[in-house]
Design a protein around this ligand. Structure first.
Ligand code: FES
Ligand SMILES: [Fe+2]
Length: 355
């Protein structure tokens, strides 16, 4: 399966890549090693020493250099070999590929495609509370989930994130309520970005929100699922007292969470999953942050169990033609959009080689 390569993907939480220690992680099938130079600036190289192919993540960092753990060849952040122990001459082929990196939203991003096309202005900028140019808005509370590894293709995860209909069945104890089950979803598309929405009116609040909203009776509940292809999802969800308007301002007056999901293919059959939540209540309360993260660890492990089972089932021979339902409109559009973006990228690359 092809991946879209010319875009930024989250490789790690910034805190995962610490000073003086290389950090290995496979991104889009490519083994990469991340490290910080003496100024703390991150770098990413192919995780292979050009001598005997030992992963450089098994080496050491000293100053601005990454040294191989086998015979000590040293590389700078551009991948150029700057020292070979025991000889003066550095062979011209002694270099490893380097990948552009950037830090944004507390995460380390990598550009696995053509380095000449990498541009930090193309980093994800879909969060009003954390604009690329301005950094985090302190009037929103932040909670970050732990790094999560899922043994399924990233598209099973992104499809799940344009599918509000599964919530009733998969997340009974946290996010789902029976009242939502029969309300159809609406799918729209703005450029390449998908939006799947649903309003569930005058019904009991979801368990996770009732803990914070403490409404005496029913609520109106919204779900706005934004999907930025290929693999970033922002779920704006929340509740307010019934009968209020459905505008952005009215939603701000309710209990509102932006649940942000960043999916990075590790291989065709496994995905790195990074997630965080921004909330408009109890912004500075660390207990609330922990509570939200704990609830969502539970909810996302429910998704993980379902999606890993589907990944396994897809690899087995008993697959019949799959039925399409109305609730699939988001995932159908998403597959089509990502497929077109990949075809365009590959078409562009083929055209460039033919010149
Ligand atoms: S394998 Fe890296 S220096 Fe020999
Ligand atoms: Fe889910």
């Amino acid at each position: 399966m092809a991946f879209l390569r010319n875009c930024w993907y989250v490789a790690a939480w910034c805190a995962e890549v610490v000073a003086e220690r290389p950090f290995g992680r496979r991104i889009l099938g490519v083994p990469m090693v991340f490290f910080r130079d003496s100024q703390g600036k991150p770098a990413a190289l192919l995780d292979r020493c050009p001598h005997r192919l030992l992963p450089l993540s098994m080496g050491t960092v000293s100053g601005d250099r990454l040294a191989c753990g086998y015979h000590g060849m040293e590389f700078d952040r551009s991948g150029r070999c700057v020292r070979v122990p025991g000889q003066e001459r550095i062979p011209a082929t002694a270099r490893v590929a380097a990948f552009p990196v950037a830090e944004h939203l507390g995460m380390l991003w990598v550009w696995p495609g053509d380095p000449a096309l990498a541009d930090t202005a193309k980093l994800f900028d879909g969060l009003p509370q954390w604009a690329l140019s301005q950094g985090p808005d302190p009037t929103w509370g932040l909670s970050c989930g732990p790094y999560t590894h899922v043994k399924c293709n990233y598209q099973l995860l992104t499809e799940n994130l344009v599918d509000p209909a599964h919530v009733t069945y998969v997340h009974k104890s946290t996010l789902g309520t029976p009242a939502m089950a029969d309300i159809p979803v609406e799918t729209t598309q703005v450029g390449d970005t998908l939006l799947v929405t649903r309003w569930t009116l005058d019904s009991p609040a979801a368990p996770i929100l009732q803990r914070f909203g403490k409404w005496p009776g029913n609520v109106d509940r919204w779900q706005y699922y934004w999907l930025y292809p290929p693999s970033i999802a922002v779920v704006d969800f929340g509740s307010h007292t019934p009968g209020m308007e459905h505008t952005d301002a009215a939603r701000d007056a309710g209990v509102r969470i932006y649940s942000c999901h960043f999916l990075t293919p590790e291989t065709e059959a496994s995905t790195h999953y990074f997630w965080l939540q921004l909330r408009n209540f109890a912004q500075t309360d660390a207990d609330v942050s922990r509570d939200i993260t704990d609830q969502l660890i539970m909810a996302f492990s429910e998704d993980k169990a379902i999606l890993e089972a589907i990944q396994q089932a897809e690899a087995e021979p008993h697959v019949a033609e799959r039925v399409k339902l109305a609730l699939d409109s988001g995932s159908v559009r998403l597959r089509r959009t990502v497929g077109r973006m990949i075809a365009e990228e590959e078409g562009g690359a083929a055209a460039a080689t033919n010149h």
